[in-house]
Design a binder for this molecule. Sequence first.
Ligand code: ADP
Ligand code: ADP
Ligand code: MG
Length: 460
Amino acid sequence: MFEKVLVANRGEIAVRIIRACKELNIRTVAVYSEIDANSMHVQMADEAICIGKAPSSESYLRIDRIISAAEIADVDAIHPGYGFLSENAHFAEVCESCNIRFIGPQPRAMNALSDKAVSRALAKRAGVETPPGSDGIVEKEAEALAVAKRIGYPVMIKAVAGGGGRGMRIAHNDISLVKGFHTARTEAEKCFGNSGVYIEKFIENPHHIEIQILGDNKGKIIHLGERDCSIQRRNQKLIEESPSPLLENKFKKLRDKIGKAAVRIAEAAKYTNAGTVEFIVDDNGNYYFLEVNKRIQVEHPVTEEVTGIDLVKAQIEIAMGEPLRISQSDVTFKGHSIECRINAEDPFDDFRPSPGRIEMYYQPGGRGVRMETHAYAGYTIPPTYDSMIGKLIVTGKDRREAIDRMNRALNEYLITGVKTTISFQQAIMQDPNFRRGVYSTNFVEQLLGGARRELIQEKS
Ligand code: ADP
Ligand code: ADP
Ligand code: MG
């Protein structure tokens, strides 16, 4: 059993991990940057160590400082959360070589899925379809043009190392492809330190459906069903739900197929610990592999709510070397769960970040409501990191009840001092198409387009 775990992250996910540790009677060590000195995770952990200045390159991304903190505090393991160093195989290797357990996939599994192009190739070998596209990285303009000619426009140019919705662009013809190809490479080098890009078919009106998987160190891998994350803005998720209304209403048989495809990919990578296999599904029920997120995900709570399985505790137990206690047939689903990401952004000003001091804070509660947040009255949201204030997760006996409950909870949520996306989330809960479960990744763009049209009409 671990006695002490260091949490190499901040914000709501650090709080989530500390809570899981406490319930397992594991002592916790927080690390923090100077600007996070008053952050919730620092207050909640048993010990806290400052690791540098605000920019993450000087704190949360500093492997040397995190390892030093771990050695000073004498911890058994490190949980990396999501973002930051969570998918860095080198960091996982350094941990292991210092005799500190890394709570995540083993380095060889991470390397087998090191980037998006490598993962595409692995999925193909596992017999899972990927969007038509290039075989690996595209180095030359002529090659890009040839791929586009073969698969047809529109195509996407994607950075192999991209993430968080960044590092991809659409091209509709040869001219925009040539231009986009060079810009994408330059940007990828700048943002991700890797100029590699590849090309894949842009799937129209897709649904983002992902499968949660768990694998132990003995080679057993199971999946915990799907999450529908099609409500996105600029390829970044805003709302996630489980089960997926698309699969429930239209493609019931697909659930089992996609679940099995995800497990095949995980098996091919000899995957361990928690992970997510992402797919896009088109209106005809064709599904294509996108990527594997080799970490706990932001939206993991909706899966926890419908399966009753604590994913963070499962991560810790797997890292301790314990075998999975459940088999695929033990995984059952109950009710419907929805998560809204609440961001400090102004929905009326193109979602411009709105960091600053939270003055009043009252969070929703009551039956079926769960909040994952590090926010409190008087807390100052720094401008340095992402703008998520917290996640509001509600669960109901069915989708209808979950939506009505979310609407009620959003109404209760009071935050003053910073702008938030609460009102925007409410508008989605009241949208007839969302309520019917009829939406694709274009939903938000269409909703915003409509709102813009209304504004223009009001003005004229
Ligand atoms: P999820 O898929 O878990 O919902 P997101 O894609 O929204 O997660 O990303 C989770 C966090 O990780 C965000 O803070 C995001 O900015 C960060 N992130 C993910 N991938 C990368 C990457 N390749 N480079 C930098 N940050 C990333
Ligand atoms: P990230 O690493 O940023 O999460 P992903 O490859 O998972 O990148 O894609 C993020 C989102 O971008 C998807 O959920 C989807 O909405 C959109 N997307 C990615 N690839 C395609 C594609 N080939 N066709 C249509 N949409 C895509
Ligand atoms: Mg993704």
